[in-house]
Write a protein that binds this ligand. Structure first.
Ligand code: CP
Ligand code: NVA
Length: 310
């Protein structure tokens, strides 16, 4: 069974072919209404469960719409409405849902839950975000970057702010897509040393600096995300926001990147917290392109899972 669990768990050639296929599928329906089916229904007779243990706007709607465009059916399952709520194990849930459904997408808390689901399911499983990573988002970001700027290989990407789950997927992507990643974050919210050591061992160009100005210098892409992720506890909220205040992406910071640099944010965003309103709503921002490409790249990911599962 082929799962899409993380960017470091899929081969470089598969990741590239997924993005190529996403571009082709996007082009193939350029003039279609969102509700119109694709010319080829790759998911005819497929029914997919979209299991959410956390809120979502983009992930749930883009997967749902993508499945329908490919001729499949989907079912959004909130963990509150399942017996998971009453303590049923994820392993039993995975075995049971595999009897009724042909694929599962899950957004959950700890990565161990994703792995428990995947190891007990007998259908492909896709990671729709965990506390540790968000691979579908970063695949959409790479697709968006390459549409606008060409091959991301050897380009300079600056991540500024909290080195969170999305940042981890960026580190994994730097290894797989061969771009330089400079992470500008305070030491309290820097990436895990194990992740950095892993990336270094594989020859990736990934560096952490504590000065956001140094991080964005000469960057082709500047990325940030919320300073408070869904899994951050109430306890550390105020001190975390305070520490990250000087890591806001504003126009002054953007001016230190390349003149034609673009700005990304996976959303949801908090204007004038992690990013100033003029940057996120300004000409360098490509946030709508990223959100739009979630749909196309996830369709290609699902198609890849189906094809590879034979
Ligand atoms: N970027 C992203 O995953 O958004 P949602 O939380 O709305 O799905
Ligand atoms: N880092 C954010 C991403 C949301 C899509 C979170 O985990 O809340």
């Amino acid at each position: 069974m082929k799962n899409f669990l993380d960017i470091n768990k899929v081969s470089k050639s598969s990741l590239k072919s997924i993005i190529e296929d996403a571009n082709a599928m996007k082009k193939g329906r350029a003039e279609f209404l969102n509700g119109a089916p694709d010319r080829q229904g790759f998911m005819e007779n497929f029914i997919v469960g979209l299991l959410f243990e956390k809120p979502s706007t983009r992930t749930r709607v883009s997967f749902d719409v993508g499945i329908r465009q490919m001729g499949g059916k989907s079912m959004i399952l909130s963990s509150h409405d399942l017996q998971l709520q009453n303590g049923e194990s994820l392993s039993d849930t995975a075995k049971i849902l595999s009897l009724y459904l042909d694929m599962l997408v899950i957004r959950t808390s700890d990565e161990s839950k994703l792995l428990e689901l995947a190891s007990n399911a007998t259908v492909p499983v896709i990671n729709g975000l965990t506390n540790q990573s968000h691979p579908c988002q970063v695949m959409a970001d790479i697709m968006t970057f390459e549409e606008l700027k060409g091959d991301i290989k050897q380009k300079k990407v600056a991540w500024v702010g909290d080195a969170n789950n999305v940042c981890t997927s960026y580190v994994q992507a730097a290894v797989q897509f061969d771009f330089t990643l400079i992470i500008g974050s305070p030491f309290q919210f820097a990436p895990d040393q194990d992740l950095l050591d892993w990336a270094k061992k594989l020859g990736a160009s990934v560096k952490v600096v504590s000065d956001p100005n140094e991080a964005v210098e000469n960057a082709d892409l500047v990325v940030t995300d919320t300073h408070l992720s869904m899994h951050n506890s109430d306890l550390d909220v105020n001190s975390k926001l305070k520490i990250l205040r000087s890591f806001q992406v504003n126009q002054e910071l953007m001016n230190k990147a390349k003149q034609d640099a673009i700005f990304m944010h996976c959303l949801p965003a908090h204007r004038d917290v992690e990013v100033s309103g003029d940057v996120i709503d300004g000409p360098q921002s490509v946030i709508l392109g990223e959100a739009s490409n979630r749909l196309h790249v996830q369709k290609a990911i699902m198609k890849w899972c189906i094809r590879e599962s034979g």
